[in-house]
Every structure is written in C-alpha cells, then in structure tokens.
Ligand binder design. Structure first.
Ligand code: SER
Length: 261
C-alpha cells in the first residue's frame, strides 16, 4: 500500500464515521505565539478544545504537516540515531470536540488498525497513563491481551502541546517489527518506550481534559476543559514502514524518492 493510499484510507475511514475532513493547516501556526512551527494535528483546533472557538462539526480528521525541530516536542536530537525520526512528518489524526471520548476513540483505533489496515494483534502493545484504569479496561474489553497493556507516567503518557495549552492523559499503540513476535524473549515489554527501533509508537490517543496556563504569579496552573475531547496522532511514515514491510521511515515510498533525488 502506498503512502498516499494509507493516508486516503485513514481520512475516508473517519469520514465514514461522521468526521469532517479538514485540510492540513500551514506549518507556521496562525495567531499562536506559543509555537514556532506546527507540531501536531491538534494545533489548528487549540481554541476549539479550549471552548474559545466553535466549528460547524464536532468530529474532524486530517493529515497534518508537522515540524518538530525545537520546543516541547523536538525530534531533531533523534534524527540520525533512530530509523523513525525526521523533523518533518505527516500526522494522521481524528478529533472529537466534546463529542465522543475514550470508549469510542479506542474502538475506532482498534477497528481501523486491526480490521482495515489488518495489523497483526500479536505485534501490538498498548500503553495508558499511570492511573487511567478506564483506558486499560477499554483496551482489554475490546480484545487487547492484558499483558500487552502497559502503564507509563507523565513523560510518555501525558500529552501537552507546549508548556501551556490543552493537555491530557494519553494512550499509545506501539508496534513490534522484529522477528518471531510470539517469542516473549524477543517481543518484550521493555522495548515499549525502550531502546532500539524494533518496537515503535505508531498512534497516540490523547484524552484532552485539561488546560495548563500561566497565572498572575507566572506559575503554571491546570484547569478542566469545558468538555472532555479527543486528539489523536498516527504517524503516516511510521504506519507506512509497518504496511510496506521496511525497517526505516527513510525506506518508505514517502521519503525514499527524496533521498534518491
Ligand atoms: N497531539 C498528540 C501528539 O502529537 C496526538 O495527536 O502526539
């Protein structure tokens, strides 16, 4: 499946599930002094999550051009060290603005990965925020083996756009690319958020619940958002690695022609 087909399948799937297809916003964010470059699909919806802006839809899907070369989410330091980081990439995302929350976000992700892209379950791992028993239960109820559901803290499973802005606990799907996925000595839990490229994060589901902002004393304070929402990000080039059976993002049809050129 080509990168273009993977992107189209994602957008079409979410359109079929009531989402409005939204164009990627420019790489230079409009009216947001907290960001130099667009770093996630949710940037253009920041004010919608905060309840300051309204759209004529409550579900959206996009393929967002992102640059992560500085700031809170900086991939620049990883370029050349891993097979999965490059500072410019496309993030496929589905968004709920006060509409569905954890249960449907998890069900949609599960259905798309397992039934549409047909990823093998024995290569998938699921992570949830330390105390997010709901997310852990929902993954298990839908079919994830309990031992494949791991818990991580703020560093890996709490997402924030920058030091301030909308944020919340998140749940990720990771994919094991190595040999013998049924061999527990090879396909191991410690590779999730661990060393090497054998297991990589492919999709992050953020359960947007809070806003972090600066108070008058210059301290960061956290308040609840008007409505719990969903922001997800699935790496297009990483999914292409998986579906094209290559080992590096640079070997996908999305990047290899540029390298050759
Ligand atoms: N905003 C989250 C991320 O960038 C999910 O889209 O990972």
């Amino acid at each position: 499946m080509t990168g273009n087909e993977i992107r189209e399948l994602f957008l079409k799937y979410f359109e079929d599930h009531g989402h409005t297809r939204v164009r990627s916003s420019p790489l230079l964010p409009a009216n947001d002094p907290t960001l130099l470059f667009t770093n996630a699909g949710m940037n253009q919806f920041k004010d919608v999550f905060l309840g300051l802006d309204k759209r004529e839809y409550v579900r959206a899907a996009s393929s967002q051009k992102c640059i992560r070369a500085g700031g809170k989410h900086n991939d620049l330091d990883e370029v050349g060290k891993t097979a999965r980081h490059h500072t410019f990439f496309e993030m496929l995302g589905n968004f709920s603005f006060g509409d569905y929350f954890k249960k449907e976000a998890i069900a949609l992700a599960w259905d798309l990965l397992l039934n549409v892209y047909k990823l093998p379950l024995n290569r998938l791992w699921f992570s949830v925020y330390t105390d997010d028993d709901d997310a852990a239960r929902l993954w298990e109820e839908i079919g994830a083996p309990r031992e494949r559901i791991l818990r991580f803290g703020e560093k890996d499973n709490f997402w924030q756009m920058g030091d301030t802005g909308p944020c919340g606990p998140c749940s990720e799907v990771h994919y094991y690319m190595g040999e013998d996925p049924d061999d527990p000595t090879k396909n191991r839990a410690d590779l999730v958020n661990g060393p090497g490229d054998d297991t990589m994060e492919i999709w992050n589901l953020v359960f947007m619940q809070f806003e972090r902002s600066l108070n008058d004393a210059g301290e960061i304070v956290q308040t609840s958002l008007p409505k719990p929402s969903v922001d997800t990000g699935l790496g297009l080039e990483r999914l292409a690695v998986v579906l094209q059976g290559v080992k590096s993002n640079y070997d996908t049809d999305l990047i290899r022609p540029i390298v050759e050129y």
